[in-house]
Design a protein around this ligand. Structure first.
Ligand code: XCC
Ligand code: SF4
Length: 674
């Protein structure tokens, strides 16, 4: 009996690999962790239940008299909702304050990342740094006008291109100003479709500068300030726009100018990209500032040679989370795994160094690293860890190459310290990544007619039913990658082309959905035909979290190409984050909503404890901005809701019939060939 009890306790404490992830490599490594007695997030999720009031959004701890907890009664609310905190804050106020604080957190993370890039950009433009040089002058000249920087000058009555270094310097200075300028509004707002800009103006949500909107959220949500959920959301909207059309968009653009605009390339994804006989360096986090330099150093002949001198066959770089997406997009460096696989990469026993910068890094990677030879290296002054085994090498653009060399050398030197306990699961998927606004234009329009015309044409004729933006994290409260893959497969099966970023992009890559060949297997006949003709995957990987701004701009290009309405909210398009978890995801979700996109989240949303506030986000928002939130946990229903929205938009555009015709055509064709 006592024995059985103990067995039961033990069984309860560990995650069941097959029920926490759909991915075989992940399942294998969770079992491996159990064998080695190492705990991972999957086990912790079994042990610790989430707080039921917090996840309804109705726990307030904004002052020292709380936390005040206002759970929704099981039977719901009949009549007046009299729940209130000590100060009288209603459930709507509390949920709205919490919600926009999440937006503040997310917008701050993206935008501060952007600021870091802008600073390095400026120092490159000033030629203060030997290690970073501007790579993509075409893109520089393309973004300059949006920052009100002239690209031409008049010399002796003739208009010619301005000196590129001069343009770079002014772009850098203007860009930095976007975080704290004292007058006017964000410059990039002029990139949005005119009707959208007008909606923002009418609602009074044009962001002034990036930092201010975030600070104002913190002020307004302090005890006793803004206590009207609609007014709170107004500020949440303004900060989210400052993220999507400000901090994130600047981060993406300046990264492209500095490191190159992505174009399609082939690579691989999943833990199986690690190599037992190579020095494995896993880069994890978000900013490409550090990782770009590590790629440059590690791929040089000197370090390769040094690695061989230490008995390794070479150096294998791979990435986790969005820094992985950054170096994938520009260099084809393979993806090692998603957010939920970070501990597992170390548990392979083959990770000689994990180098992290900012965001989405579990503190527990330090504990896992202790069980192996792995050097865990933090590199950012604002992201350190308390554990003693963590090595901090502060990365600085002024001696970036030196820092990168030190890190890579440390990894190589560590190769010989590996234990015998190496186990790398063999699974990996092939992928084609590296899409962006420019690459989509090129691939779907061709060099001579580089525009979104072909995409629009295929949407209008019904081969492509619509566009789905499926993005975001993994969440240990739901089965790893299950929602991601099910939503994406359901969309492409129904001829909806998918644009992906973040960990959804990694999940799709692992599953093989980022290959042109997958079109014939998973897509409806219309989308399959387009993918085959043009040679693109049905799921286009656009990059990292900040690169969700690429989706905004792609949508804007679709509007501009014509025939599908005048605004993003007219498009047959919908957004989704099936397994979201971060505050950044809430900010992204909200800037999509505020840009006119119907956006569905999975897992749960911390608004369900305040039904009136929830209704405001889920229904009334559409009247203000054309987009609205939704929540759907079941992945197939989740995708079906997006498709229903797409069909509503097709109908409003009067293009619903063209699709019916195509479907009949395809059916007849199939009959004929049978
Ligand atoms: Fe982080 Fe960006 Fe989320 Fe993945 S998706 S878990 S935020 S790495 Ni952007
Ligand atoms: Fe409670 Fe009001 Fe303080 Fe929040 S701000 S903890 S609701 S007293």
């Amino acid at each position: 009996m006592a024995d059985r009890m103990q067995e039961k306790v033990k069984a309860e404490k560990l995650a069941d690999p097959a029920s926490v992830s759909i991915d075989i490599a992940t399942q294998t490594m969770i079992s491996r962790a159990h064998e080695l007695g190492i705990e991972t997030i999957f086990d912790r999720a079994v042990k610790m239940k989430p707080c039921n009031i917090g996840n309804q959004g109705t726990c307030c701890k904004n002052c020292g008299m709380g936390p005040c907890r206002l759970p929704l009664p099981k039977s719901g609310i009949e009549g007046e909702d009299t729940r209130k905190g000590l100060c009288g804050a209603s459930a709507n106020t509390i949920a709205a304050r919490n919600f926009i604080r999440m937006i503040a957190g997310g917008a701050a993370a993206h935008s501060d990342h952007g600021r870091g890039v802008a600073e390095v950009f400026l120092s490159a433009a000033r030629k203060e740094s030997e290690d970073y040089r501007i790579k993509d002058y075409d893109k520089l000249f393309a973004i300059a006008p949006h920052l009100n920087v002239a690209t031409t000058v008049e010399v002796d009555g003739e208009i010619c291109d301005r000196d590129k270094d001069e343009v770079a310097l002014e772009v850098g200075e203007k860009a930095i100003g976007e975080w704290g300028k004292s007058a006017g509004h964000l410059s990039y707002l002029n990139r949005a479709p005119k009707p959208l800009y007008e909606k923002w103006k009418k609602q009074g949500v044009l962001p002034r500068n990036i930092d201010r909107e975030i600070v104002e959220i913190m002020h307004r949500t302090h005890i006793g300030v803004d206590q009207d959920y609609k007014n709170l959301m107004k500020q949440g909207t303004r900060a989210a726009i400052a993220d999507g059309w400000g901090g994130s968009m600047l981060a993406t653009d300046l990264q492209d100018v500095l490191f190159g605009t992505p174009y399609p390339l082939q690579s691989e994804a999943n833990l199986g990209v690690m190599k037992a006989d190579h020095v494995n360096i896993v880069i994890h986090g978000h900013e490409p500032i550090l990782s770009e330099m590590i790629v440059a150093v590690a791929q040089g002949p000197e370090m390769e040679e040094y690695a061989r001198s230490k008995g390794a066959k070479g150096i294998q770089l791979s990435g986790i989370c969005c820094t992985a997406n950054e170096i994938l997009q520009r260099h084809g460096v393979p993806l090692c795994g998603t957010f939920l696989q970070q501990e597992l990469a170390i548990i392979t026993g083959a990770c000689d160094a994990m180098v992290v910068d900012i965001q989405c890094i579990f503190q527990n990677v330090a504990n896992v690293a202790k069980c192996f030879h792995t050097k865990l290296i933090t590199t950012h002054p604002i992201a350190r860890m308390e554990q003693e085994n963590v090595i901090h090498i502060e990365f600085d653009e002024h001696h970036a190459r030196e820092d990168a060399e030190r890190i890579v050398k440390m990894a190589i030197d560590n190769f010989e310290n590996r234990g015998a306990d190496v186990m790398i699961p063999p699974q990996k998927g092939t992928q084609v990544a590296g899409f962006g606004v420019e690459a989509i234009q090129y691939h779907l329009g061709g060099t001579f007619r580089g525009s979104y015309y072909t995409l629009n044409d295929n949407i209008i004729n019904g081969r492509i039913r619509g566009i789905g933006g499926v993005v975001g994290c993994n969440n240990a409260r739901t089965r790893h990658n299950e929602g991601h893959i099910a939503v994406v497969k359901e969309l492409i099966k129904n001829d909806v082309i998918v644009l992906t970023t973040g960990c959804n992009g990694i999940a799709c890559a692992m599953e093989g959905l980022l290959t042109p060949e997958s079109a014939a297997v998973y897509c409806g006949p219309g989308l399959a035909e387009v993918c085959e003709t043009v040679g693109i995957p049905p799921v286009l990987h656009l990059g990292s979290c900040v690169d969700n701004s690429r989706i905004l701009l792609a949508a804007t290009e679709v509007v501009k190409a014509g025939g599908l309405g005048n605004d993003i909210s007219d498009l047959p398009a919908a957004g989704s984050a099936p397994e979201w978890m971060s505050e950044k995801a809430i900010s992204i979700g909200h800037y999509f909503v505020a840009s006119g996109v119907y956006t569905v989240f999975g897992v749960g949303l911390p608004v369900t404890g305040a039904p009136v506030f929830q209704k405001y986000l889920f229904e009334e928002f559409e009247k203000l901005y054309g987009g609205m939130w939704d929540l759907e946990i079941d992945p197939v229903r989740h995708a079906q809701k997006m498709i229903a929205h797409i069909d509503t938009k097709r109908k409003a555009l009067g293009i619903d019939r063209s699709r019916e015709r195509i479907m009949v055509d395809m059916a007849t064709r199939r009959e004929m060939s049978a």
